[in-house]
Design a protein around this ligand. Structure first.
Ligand code: HQG
Length: 181
């Protein structure tokens, strides 16, 4: 269980490493890596002092394993969820037959018309299990979980990736692959 302050710092790290490195006055390389020294200095300048031990603990204990260090811990990056154009070298993977997408009721009409699209992120995010998808959907309002025929998508040539922290990602999900019950 993470402390409140680690959670708050983690949220700031997600902002910096996925969406807005300028918030800590740093840059990411093409693979999404930030230099750890530069990140810690940038966080301090932004009024979020983080010590190296705290950073190590946040990465280690983060509930969703959102971040990774490189081999010698001189660099750090977010495992997935980016809106900026970096290539985190996602591994293509054969998806399970079913995947789940949690969303809000109020998006359903639009999703029915356009399919599930990536919005501001690089990919559509899918979960391997229903409870996780329900939690993801709840972030946006009254949740609904869509079951996806990932086996059929894979058969039809859609490419899937699995991030380091077990999130399934793809380019888009046409409505025809949503299993209606
Ligand atoms: C919806 C969290 C209208 C989509 C989670 C979602 C996840 C559409 C919202 C990760 C649509 C985008 C990503 C369409 C999709 N019309 N709405 N055609 N297609 N949408 O936050 O999947 O905790 O960008 O259903 O656990 O909610 O940050 O995506 O509701 O893994 O690590 O547009 O973020 O991870 O919302 O969440 P988001 P998401 P972290």
């Amino acid at each position: 269980e993470q402390s409140k302050s680690d959670e708050t710092l983690g949220r700031f790290l997600s902002l910096v490493l996925r969406h807005n490195p300028a918030a800590a006055q740093i840059t990411l390389d093409e693979h999404g890596w930030a230099d750890v020294e530069a990140l810690l200095a940038g966080c301090a300048r932004a009024g979020r002092r983080i010590g190296r031990d705290t950073l190590e603990r946040i990465v280690r204990e983060n509930s969703k394993q959102r971040y990774s260090f490189n081999g010698d811990h001189t660099k750090i990056r977010a495992n997935q969820g980016h809106s900026i154009a970096v290539d985190v070298e996602l591994r293509q993977a054969q998806p399970p037959a079913r995947l789940y997408h949690g969303t809000a009721m109020r998006f359903l009409e639009s999703i029915r018309a356009q399919g599930i699209t990536r919005q501001s992120r690089q990919h559509v995010h899918l979960s391997a299990d229903y409870p996780t998808a329900l939690a993801v959907g709840s972030r946006h309002g009254r949740p609904v979980v869509l079951a996806i025929d990932a086996a059929a998508m894979a058969r039809d040539g859609y490419v899937f990736y699995r991030s380091e922290n077990g999130v399934w990602l793809c380019e888009r999900v046409p409505w025809s692959y949503v299993l209606e019950d």
